[in-house]
Design a binder for this molecule. Structure first.
Ligand code: IYR
Length: 222
């Protein structure tokens, strides 16, 4: 059994209360400008930027620090085309057969349909997988814990990092997503979590007019 080793918390920075308030407001305003975008430009994005954002995602808190995520970054046009074709087949089934009326009604304000041209236009598709097991450095195969929670937190941090550098993203969840394992050659122990579409927004990009809930609606202090 590996023993815990401790060191001083030397990365922590405390801000004076005034600065704390200013930072809270500024960051909230910056994040309120984030919109999920469905119209992407094909303008290239340097790979280095994506690498930095992935490293940010990799700092996420997670179960037993087993870091149960795997990101597959797709820029190859042939692979993007295959993903688009397959995702559109699944989505056609979803929109025309599988989706219950209630779900279609919930989606109506977003104006989505089975057509996913952005899967080919955007420079990057990041397929995010949750790994049920980890291979340790000593070769042992161990179970991962809180995989969905961990991967969800890392994905949120990735979306935040991408917004922070001035790029747009779209959380795309074709259902079912199992085809991503086959196309991307990822073993079945890893479950697809979502497909993040990343790039510059198209010049004429539009977003649906929707509202976020107020603080009172999402939180209570007791
Ligand atoms: N996966 C479909 C439907 C969809 C579902 C939810 I929940 C959304 O927030 C948006 C879309 C699609 O991508 O079109």
């Amino acid at each position: 059994m590996q023993k815990a080793v401790f060191k001083p918390l030397d990365t922590y920075i405390e801000y004076p209360l005034g600065e704390m308030k200013e930072r809270a407001v500024n960051f909230r305003k910056q994040m309120q400008r984030r919109r999920t975008v469905r119209h992407f430009s094909d303008r290239p994005v340097p790979r280095e930027i994506i690498e930095e954002c992935l490293l940010t995602a990799g700092t996420a808190p997670n179960g037993a620090n087993l870091q149960p995520w795997q990101f597959v970054v797709v820029s190859d046009p042939n692979v993007k085309r295959t993903i688009r074709t397959t995702a559109e087949e699944e989505e056609k089934e979803f929109y025309h057969r599988r989706a219950p009326q209630e779900w279609l009604e919930a989606l109506a304000p977003l104006g989505t349909d089975e057509h996913k041209p952005f899967l080919e236009t955007a420079p990057y598709l990041i397929a995010i997988f949750g790994k049920n097991h980890s291979e340790l450095p000593d070769g042992r195969n161990v179970k991962n814990y809180y995989v969905n929670e961990s991967v969800g937190i890392a994905t949120g941090m990735l979306i935040t990092a991408i917004h922070n550098v001035g790029l747009a993203s779209l959380t795309h969840t074709p259902s079912p997503m199992g085809f991503l394992n086959e196309i991307l050659n990822v073993p079945p122990d890893s479950k697809p979590f979502l497909l993040l579409v990343v790039g510059y927004p198209a010049e004429n990009a539009e977003v649906p007019v929707i509202e976020k809930k107020s603080l009172d609606e999402i939180a209570k202090f007791i």
